[in-house]
Design a binder for this molecule. Structure first.
Ligand SMILES: Cc1ncc(COP(=O)(O)O)c(C=O)c1O
Length: 351
């Protein structure tokens, strides 16, 4: 074994290393067959016009090939899950020994890191961002020990909206003893290259992306983890065999042919984000609009709880983040359509 594989192997839970994964007959069969009597499907088909009687490809090979081309990666660097939430769950299950290992998060940040870590029984070490939402490196170093397995870096960060500084991420990649998970759910809205272009340099890097945000496909549930092939092989080993439904796979394949359309919509959303960022501070109820690299704005208001209620009463739902660390009186507002943003400004104007 190479040093590299040794290092990564040492991070995996021993029961996962030893695990014999579920293998379907179709995983094992490599020739061409016309008669499939191996999986107890209904040979007569289902009640719908389209035939969904057969289990889908457990490795989503065609979709991975398209993603590999699109993201300039190799297929063995790609895991596809039912949303990137699945990848977060599997990373915990593969690398974090419940009751012994710990994970680091930098609140305020995406809530599912905490939920999944709690479900899993992992110790969570919270290193709160500084008031300007920059990471507190000394505190991260102090909170890290040999049992620190995952460091979740959300960039652009939800709910603060900003990318983490490149130099900081680099230092974490060089010094953190476990895996550095860079969650790029919103990276299509940011003017920065993806960390996935640095995978060859950093075997401890895992990049998460999703089709739920810029790609406008949240209902399909498609998320990706990009990492060293060894890490990807571990995630594939423990995922549900058929973790993506066939319609999801097929629609995601179709969508990837329409990157230009997606980029056009991103430009429109960024334009609207800038309009909101200019108009919101003119309102009496808004104290501050934080800079954003994402498709939402975090705003500090005069009274978040009441303002949230006021918006709800007018049929507008935003996210009240005012009880998160460093987010006193803050609401997180997704950039909507031109009409939705106009309505938002109008209703906020009547508060
Ligand atoms: C930072 C971040 N990561 C991941 C996700 C989950 O995305 P998915 O829909 O792919 O599960 C979200 C969704 O809000 C998010 O904000």
């Amino acid at each position: 074994m190479s040093n590299l594989t040794d290092r990564l192997t040492a991070l995996v839970r021993p029961n996962i290393l030893a695990l014999q994964p579920y293998a379907s007959a179709r995983d094992e069969f490599t020739g061409t067959a016309a008669v499939f009597l191996d999986a107890n499907e209904n040979s007569l088909g289902g009640p719908l016009a389209t035939d969904y009687s057969r289990y889908p490809d457990p490795q989503q090979k065609k979709l991975k090939n398209l993603l590999a081309r699109n993201k300039k990666l190799t297929v063995n660097q790609i895991f596809i899950g039912s949303g990137s939430d699945e990848a977060i769950d599997l990373l915990l299950r593969a690398f974090v020994e419940p009751g012994r290992d710990n994970v680091l998060i930098l609140p305020p940040t995406y809530g599912m890191y905490t939920v999944q870590a709690n479900i899993h029984g992992a110790e969570i070490r919270r290193v709160v961002l500084q008031p300007d939402f920059s990471p507190d490196e000394a505190a991260i170093r102090a909170a890290t020990d040999a049992r620190s397995k995952l460091l979740f870096l959300c960039s652009p960060n939800n709910p603060t909206g900003q990318c983490l500084p490149d130099e900081f991420v680099l230092r974490m990649l060089h010094t953190f003893p476990g895996l550095v998970v860079v969650d790029e759910a919103y990276s299509d809205f940011a003017d920065r290259p993806s960390w996935s272009s640095r995978l060859a340099e950093f075997p401890n890097l895992v990049v998460l992306q999703t089709l739920s945000k810029a790609w406008g496909l949240a209902a399909l549930r498609v998320g990706m983890a990009f990492a060293n092939p060894f890490i990807i092989s571990i995630l594939n080993k423990i995922k549900y065999p058929y973790n993506l439904a066939l319609p999801t796979i097929q629609l995601a394949e179709q969508a990837l042919e329409h990157g230009a359309d997606v980029r056009e919509k991103v430009v429109l959303l960024l334009h609207e984000r800038e309009r909101l960022a200019k108009e919101l501070p003119k309102l009496a109820c808004i104290r501050e609009v934080f800079p954003s690299d994402a498709n939402f704005l975090l705003v500090r208001t005069t009274d978040a709880d009441h303002l949230y209620q006021h918006l709800c009463e007018h049929g507008i739902v935003v996210r009240n983040r005012s009880h998160e660390p460093q987010c006193a009186q803050c609401l997180r507002i997704t950039v909507g359509t031109v009409a939705e943003n106009d309505r938002l400004l109008e209703v906020l104007g009547t508060y």
